[in-house]
Write a protein that binds this ligand. Structure first.
Ligand SMILES: CC(C)(COP(=O)(O)OP(=O)(O)OC[C@H]1O[C@@H](n2cnc3c(N)ncnc32)[C@H](O)[C@@H]1OP(=O)(O)O)[C@@H](O)C(=O)NCCC(=O)NCCS
Length: 166
């Protein structure tokens, strides 16, 4: 199996659309965004997403299988960058692809001088929390209010990579 990770460029907007909609359909409770809200968005919505975030797109033997977004963190996020939209197609889970994608993120962080990586996960997403702990993220003490779904709280998790990316 040949896994290729790349940072989405302007031409990749249809790849991003397809992966993101697959993620929202496959894992409807994992994300703040909802399939029905995004399924009919015009092309420029997807093109704009690529402009504002760094998207890691993963392909296995030429077929797209995974994505995640990395953004410069807003001040209230208590970190340098923020991960979101992380999803791997079910057939490819449990095969070490999350680690490859995490390494991709660490390289992006090094290029940008970012040392503290944050992300938010719903507290009941025990599987994702277990994966992030295994990748070296730590649970923040308290929950934070979601921006995408008012009323819900998310669990922040952080990893500092100042030279140590294990
Ligand atoms: C979250 C997600 C991207 C992780 O990818 P994955 O392929 O399932 O993760 P992996 O199997 O590579 O797990 C990474 C490590 O965590 C461990 N792990 C995975 N699930 C675990 C669990 N439930 N308990 C303990 N450890 C676990 C793995 O054994 C692996 O450790 P290893 O490197 O020592 O083998 C994927 O499960 C997914 O797309 N889930 C649905 C969408 C989602 O919930 N996204 C997150 C939104 S915040």
């Amino acid at each position: 199996m040949k896994i290729v990770l790349n940072k989405a460029t302007a031409e990749d907007f249809l790849r991003l659309k397809s992966l993101r909609l697959s993620a929202l359909k496959n894992s409807p409770t994992a994300f703040g965004a909802k399939f029905d809200d995004l399924k009919d968005r015009p092309e420029n919505y997807w093109q704009q997403l690529i402009k504002v975030s760094s998207w890691c797109l993963a392909a296995a033997d030429g077929a797209d299988i995974a994505l995640l977004a990395v953004d410069r963190a807003d001040k209230d996020r208590n970190s340098d960058c923020w991960l979101s939209s992380w999803w791997i197609s079910e057939n490819y889970r449990g095969r070490g692809i999350s680690k490859l994608m995490a390494d991709w993120v660490y390289n992006l962080c090094k290029e940008n001088g970012w040392e503290k990586i944050g992300l938010g996960v719903w507290p009941d997403n025990k599987n994702a929390i277990a994966v992030y702990l295994k990748l070296g993220f730590e649970l923040a003490d308290g929950l934070m209010p979601s921006r995408s779904i008012p009323g819900l709280m998310y669990q922040p998790m952080y990893k500092s990579i100042g030279g140590d990316t294990k």
